[in-house]
Design a protein around this ligand. Structure first.
Ligand SMILES: Cc1cc2nc3c(=O)[nH]c(=O)nc-3n(C[C@H](O)[C@H](O)[C@H](O)COP(=O)(O)OP(=O)(O)OC[C@H]3O[C@@H](n4cnc5c(N)ncnc54)[C@H](O)[C@@H]3O)c2cc1C
Length: 430
């Protein structure tokens, strides 16, 4: 059945949910997601979310972000994100998000690779779940927001060069249109296209392929981040992340002889190179990560889920090193947006990992992505709420759904399009 709303948001991860919550309650909002609302990469985030720890940390935080991104970052956007971080964190806590605290009740901070000091707020090793589940709860309380699961965006509807809605397919395979003057793409990254990735398998860069199809500007589509440390496994499927904060808290990396071979806290891309180099030298499929220097109590208190997963896979991090290997993790590129998350097409916004704000440059600094998602999805909401132009109305009679009858062929064409554009994907299919 065709529907009409003020805003349609594609994706129920942190970016989509925060955008919806920041829109006025007078607006009718429809959110859709390919799987269930709990199945997003936002739920998987382990390490935490960065925040500016007072003015004296500004210069260092800015430099850490720029250095990790090889100074290809957009400086103005980096500044905007860092300066907005306190507001976003306050907003999260107001929504009910609980961050870990020290014995005296003040906020606890952890550190990850590339950070010159601890400035990451966390909730055990499941920060993403804490943030996203809380936002989800708040969205459920809003009568102006409807969420539809197992509903997939197949295309955007473009009339007179303006985005006026989307085409969706529901769980029964029925196609329909959603008419909306504001379309927000919050579809996450593209890790599902890779053989080895920490991402959920249904996160396959659909929005990026659709943007390319309609000549919407995209940027840095070959900037793929590989995470240096995922738990080695021979089993197929998603790779389990061993968070960078594990190394931030003291874990060490060893070669096949149990010797350290690199600086564990260098930025992700450099560490990944060092690990690949060492694996090649040693003729192994992994290196070892030793969590024991962190200490038994801290492992069990700060990293209970990582600990349990390792035990389930047959390794006890309290008594032995665990095997780790790099895997695709994050997409720095995406649909090009301005500081209000507007794409090059009127009526169309992109937020979160789907978008490219320019904040990360060539390589994302750890724990900057949840922050980026929240800062710029709030800005998209502000832009939609305050704009004077009501937006264009979709002419449903002009929409021809017959081109989507063979959905497998449609999604195969998207995959092929990305395979040609995204350089790093070749690595994933080797
Ligand atoms: C294992 C792991 C650990 C991480 N740890 C951290 C961390 O500690 N700190 C940090 O800052 N970042 C971390 N990240 C990165 C961060 O989690 C993501 O970048 C961020 O959550 C992306 O949020 P999002 O809302 O943009 O997308 P997602 O949370 O991925 O949500 C995407 C949504 O889009 C939907 N969707 C996709 N395509 C379609 C379609 N065609 N139709 C309908 N719906 C669609 C999906 O179903 C989903 O609901 C981690 C990522 C992973 C995978």
């Amino acid at each position: 059945m065709n529907r009409t709303c003020d805003v349609v948001i594609v994706g129920t991860g942190a970016a989509g949910l925060f955008c919806a919550l920041n829109l006025p309650e007078r607006m009718k909002i429809l959110m859709i997601t390919k799987e269930t609302v709990e199945e997003s990469d936002s739920f998987l985030a382990q390490g935490g979310i960065c925040v500016l720890r007072g003015e004296e940390d500004y210069k260092d935080y800015f430099l850490d972000t720029m250095r990790a991104g090889h100074f290809e970052n957009n400086e103005k956007i980096v500044e905007l994100m860092i300066r907005s971080s306190n507001n976003v964190v306050r907003n999260l806590m107001h929504c009910g998000v609980q961050f870990d605290r020290t014995a005296d009740g003040s906020l606890a901070y952890t550190r990850e690779g590339g950070h010159s000091r601890p400035r990451i707020l966390f909730h055990e090793d499941v920060t993403g779940r804490e943030i996203t589940a809380t936002l989800l709860q708040r969205v459920r309380e809003r009568s102006n927001i409807v969420m539809e699961e197992h509903t997939t965006m197949v295309d955007i509807i473009v009339q007179n060069d303006v985005c006026v809605g989307i085409v969706v397919v529901d769980a029964e395979g029925k196609l329909s249109c959603v008419q909306a003057p504001n379309v927000v793409l919050a579809c996450g990254g593209l890790g599902g296209l890779f053989k080895n990735s920490t991402n959920m398998t249904h996160i396959t860069g659909d929005a990026l392929a659709i943007a390319i199809k309609h000549n919407v500007a995209v940027e840095y589509v070959d900037y793929i981040q590989v995470h240096p440390t995922t738990l080695y496994s021979k089993k197929p499927g998603r790779r389990f992340l061993i968070s960078e904060s594990v190394r931030g808290e003291g874990a060490l990396l060893y070669d096949k002889n149990g010797q350290r071979f690199t600086d564990e806290l260098q930025p992700r891309d450099l560490l990944t190179e060092a690990i690949w180099e060492q694996m090649k030298k040693d003729g192994t499929e992994f290196v070892w990560e030793d969590m024991r220097p962190i200490g038994r109590e801290e492992i069990l208190q700060h990293f209970p889920n990582i600990y349990q997963r390792c035990v389930d896979e047959g390794y006890d991090p309290l008594t032995e090193p665990i095997p780790v290997v790099p895997a695709q993790h994050y997409f720095m590129g995406g649909i090009k947006v301005d500081s209000a998350s507007r794409t090059s097409m009127s009526g169309l916004y992109a937020v979160g990992e789907t978008s490219c704000t320019g904040v990360h440059g060539r390589n994302r600094l750890a724990s900057n992505s949840l922050l980026e998602s929240l800062v710029f999805s709030q800005r998209a909401a502000d832009d939609i709420a305050f704009k004077r132009d009501p937006g264009a109305v979709c002419d449903l009679k002009a929409v021809d759904l017959s081109e989507y009858q063979d959905l497998d062929a449609v999604f195969e064409s998207y995959r092929k399009c990305l395979e040609h554009k995204v350089e790093g994907m070749r690595w994933g299919h080797e």
